[in-house]
Ligand binder design. Structure first.
Ligand code: CA2
Length: 149
């Protein structure tokens, strides 16, 4: 059974505790449960992580690249949070790892502040999703499963 890595960046551990109008009221544990279900539907195993630290996210992307090369992982769903708009290191990690990666945002970043309109990750990502709320996570897993089939 192959794995999907769902990787969450800074402050996403706060989901469901503040800003429900933007991010909804579901917690990160609720998101993990949605992902477990989506992976089970597609015969996949879930690796679900969150970190507030850029280097930890870089390490996880590199690890995912090695796992994909070894044939044990089909790809990554990455919500890099605010690092989306700042991180050349994450851009380089995605390119360097050669991993199939879907950039995901819970909110429609293009309908928000101008500083959220630019992503350093999009040019390195296979696909980009934004604005589906937390339901975007299972949709992204379904998309990865489709790409891998
Ligand atoms: O819409 C998304 O998923 C974002 O990636 C979320 C990031 C934001 O910086 C991006 O522009 C768009 C923020 C994640 C922080 O999430 C919180 C959730 C609840 C309370 C506070 C922060």
């Amino acid at each position: 059974m192959k794995t999907v890595l769902v990787l969450n960046g800074p402050n996403l551990n706060l989901l469901g505790t503040r800003e429900p109008a933007v991010y909804g009221s579901q917690t990160l544990a609720d998101v993990e449960a949605l992902c477990v279900k989506a992976c089970a539907t597609h015969g996949l195993k879930l690796d679900f992580r969150q970190s507030n630290h850029e280097g930890v996210l870089v390490d996880a992307i590199q690890e995912a690249g090695r796992a994909q090369a070894a044939g044990t992982l089909i790809g990554v769903v990455l919500n890099a949070g605010a690092y989306t708009h700042t991180s050349v290191a994450l851009h380089d990690a995605i390119k360097g790892a050669g991993v199939t990666l879907i950039e995901l945002h819970i909110s429609n970043v293009h309908a928000r502040e101008a500083f959220r309109h630019h992503s350093y990750l999009s040019p390195a990502a296979k696909a980009v999703m934004a604005g589906f709320g937390v339901k975007g996570y299972p949709l992204a897993i379904a998309g990865l499963a489709e790409m891998a089939a």
